[in-house]
Structures are given as structure tokens and as C-alpha cells.
Ligand binder design. Sequence first.
Ligand code: ZN
Ligand code: ZN
Length: 335
Amino acid sequence: MRAWTVASPGPVAEGALEFVEKPVPQPADGELLVRVRACGVCRTDLHVVEGDLPVHRQRVTPGHEVVGEVAELGAAVTGFAPGDRVGVAWLRHTCGACAYCTRGAENLCPASRYTGWDADGGYAEYTTVPAAYAHRLPEGLDDVAAAPLLCAGIIGYRALRRAAVPPGGRLGLYGFGGSAHLCAQVALAEGATVHVLTRGAAARRLALDLGAASAGGARDMPPEPLDSAILFAPVGDLVPVAMRALDRGGVLAIAGIHLSDVPPLHYESDLFYEKEIRSVTSNTREDARDFLSLAARHGVRATTHPYPLSDAVQALTDLKEGRFDGAAVLVDDVT
Ligand SMILES: [Zn+2]
Ligand SMILES: [Zn+2]
């Protein structure tokens, strides 16, 4: 099969990724072999390719928003059959026995493993996934539309829950890419007023089209104080900006896995009056199930930009440069 691998982490435009020929993987016990039909392009892939995240697996194949068809079952798999449509997401293993796993916080499991970082992902014709971590996908969403839900959507949903928006509350979204535009749809469906703060004119237009009450620049003050905010842009400089936009008792959730350094905070203006900063770490399988069913119920739709699988470098470059709104999705053009 053809697959992209990280040859040596570095700038994506300078050959960090190579498109290679390699054997179709064999599903281990408990795993599914999945024929990839579409794979979303997530900012975390860029962090893996460019070395912002440490190397967990040499020559890893990125990609953790995979929609595909079960091609083969490993030993001891039940509940799936060849031909089933499945989604493969970021979280692919937890221990099930530690204090975090047993209290329902498997996203914090120290033994967790991730698709496209610890194991080969979906920038390829085939991938594998433990059946216990494969997701059923809502009907009525085609493969390309469903792909961004699997990370961008699920993480945006967890960030929304971490941001603890009160009923009818005012939510600010800093950055408006793949994850934020899905999160915004859930927040709006649940009755929040959404203010978007982002640099791109196209993203601001998309925000208003989706129903945001306002869309301004990333460093602008929103038109009203915020009960909650989510920082999607991986820019630590925006933390004090967002904290100053919060009302008393407001909560900022930081959605990214990677963030540039946060500048010093000023206690009085940025933190006092019980403002809170929370990080968001991966997600649980329950988050994924909850989000996928909410997405189906509320008609959450990703704005997608399909790229041929062979153009993965272009897709990542365009993501890095902020050249599109919504989410890029790789579609197999090899066979
Ligand atoms: Zn655990
Ligand atoms: Zn992701």
C-alpha cells in the first residue's frame, strides 16, 4: 500500500513527510484492519510531523480522523464484520485498571496510546485499530463529512464541557478552525451565545454564517464579557487576552495538545474574581459516543476541503498557513 511516514520531524514543506510503499498491516488480536476511505487533517498531525510533539514511533504514519471499512478481523474480535463502516480516532488504548481509568477519566491514563503518534494512522490506504476503540458512525453523513468529527469534533466537544458554559451563557472561541467550528454548532444548538475571535476573514465569515453573534480579531475584546472561553489557537500569548475577556467566575479551557509559552499573568486583571484556566487532555470514549450522537441529533456539519491522499503535504501546509476555513480531508486517490 501507499502511506505517508514522518521521515524526520521538521518543517512540513521541507520533506519531513515521505510517501512510501509498505506492506498492508496485519491486525493483531482484538484489532480491525480498516480500508481507509477518508482521513481528516488535524493540527496535531502537523505537531507530529514538525516535531512539536516528541517522536513516539519512528517513521509513524500520521492521521487520526479515519473513516473506513472493516477489511479484516484480528483474532477474538466480536461485534464487527467485514464491510462495516467505522471511525478511528486519536485514543486507541488505555490500561483500564489505573486510578484514572477506574474513575471514568481514561483520557488521563498514563498508559494511553494514540493513533498517528504511538501507532500508524490514516494517511495511508489501510490502518488498524483495536476494536474496543473503533467508533460506529452516524448514518446520513458521508465519509468526508464524518472524518473531522473524529478528532476535531470530539476534542471540541470535550473542550466545551470543560469550559462549563452556563445555560444560555456567553462563550468566546479563540481561533476558528476545524475543531472550533464544530464546537460552535453544539454550543449554539444548546442555547449559548457564541463570540468568535480569530485572525482569518474567511473564518470570521464562516462563524457568522453558522450563527455566531459576533466575529472579531483574535486580540479584540468581545462585545460583552464571557462566561466561558475556549482557546483553540495554539498561541499562549492569547491566554491573558482571553482571561481579560472573562466575566467574574469565568472559565477558560485550552483545547490544544500543544501551546506556545504563556506570558506572565497579572493576578488582579487576569485571575482574580475566581476566574479559572483549565487544560483539555484528549478525550474518553464516552465523550466520543456522546458527541457523535449529539452531532447526529443537531445536524452538526463540518465544512470540508477534500485533498487527494497524495497531496497530504499540501493539505498540512495549507492548514499551517491558515489558507482554508473548516477542515481538510484526505481522500484516497491511489487506487
Ligand atoms: Zn489507565
Ligand atoms: Zn486531532
